[in-house]
Ligand binder design. Structure first.
Ligand code: IMP
Ligand code: MG
Length: 174
């Protein structure tokens, strides 16, 4: 393992996830709401599992797999669906849960694809935002933390499929 510098501790993350869950619960409370939380595998799976346990309204979950970085640490504009949703989203208030917004290619492309299927509503929740790297604009509805232009690992985020199991969020030393 390369050196990882702690950037956000377990406690920082826990507090923020509780805050986000509370906000989302308030926003989606009511019998007219039908919340479907969509997780983009694999990076957001740890965040999703903690987040939904902090949401106290009825919800369903589903998963998508989008083509990712592989070994490279820089983004490509080429985004592909590897695994699509199982659920027909037309009756749902969709909340996309992502680990990190970087160039914006992944989320903007995903929004394009999902909007065509006409969900009742569509919002985005990302744990991390790296605004310095943005190429395509994406409006976030919920965001945990802003991070510097460094390579981030842990709490679901990987480098070459490793480090996802770190309980904290760290910066990978070059
Ligand atoms: P974007 O399409 O450039 O916004 O990239 C989004 C995806 O790239 C995220 O869902 C992550 O999987 C991955 N990614 C971007 N930055 C990082 C990082 O610093 N560490 C780990 N993965 C990252
Ligand atoms: Mg990802």
């Amino acid at each position: 393992m390369k050196d990882v510098k702690v950037f956000l501790s377990e406690k920082d993350i826990k507090e923020k996830v509780a805050e986000l869950g509370k906000q989302i619960s308030e926003d989606y409370r009511g019998s007219d709401k039908n919340l479907l939380v969509i997780s983009i595998l694999k990076g957001s799976v740890i965040f999703l599992s903690d987040l939904i346990r902090n949401i106290d309204v009825d919800l369903s979950i589903d998963f998508m797999v989008i083509s990712s970085y592989g070994r490279s640490t820089t983004s490509k504009g080429n985004v592909k669906i590897i695994k699509d949703l199982d659920i027909n989203i037309s009756n749902y208030d969709l909340l996309i849960v992502e680990d990190i917004l970087d160039s914006g290619y992944t989320l903007s492309k995903l929004l394009e694809i999902l909007k065509v299927r006409k969900p009742k509503s569509l919002k985005i929740c990302t744990l991390l935002d790296k605004p310095d790297r943005r190429v395509v604009n994406v409006d976030l509805d919920y965001c945990g933390f802003t991070v510097p232009d460094e390579f981030i690992v842990g709490y679901g985020l990987d480098y070459d499929e490793k480090y996802r199991n770190l309980p904290y969020i760290g910066i990978l030393e070059p």
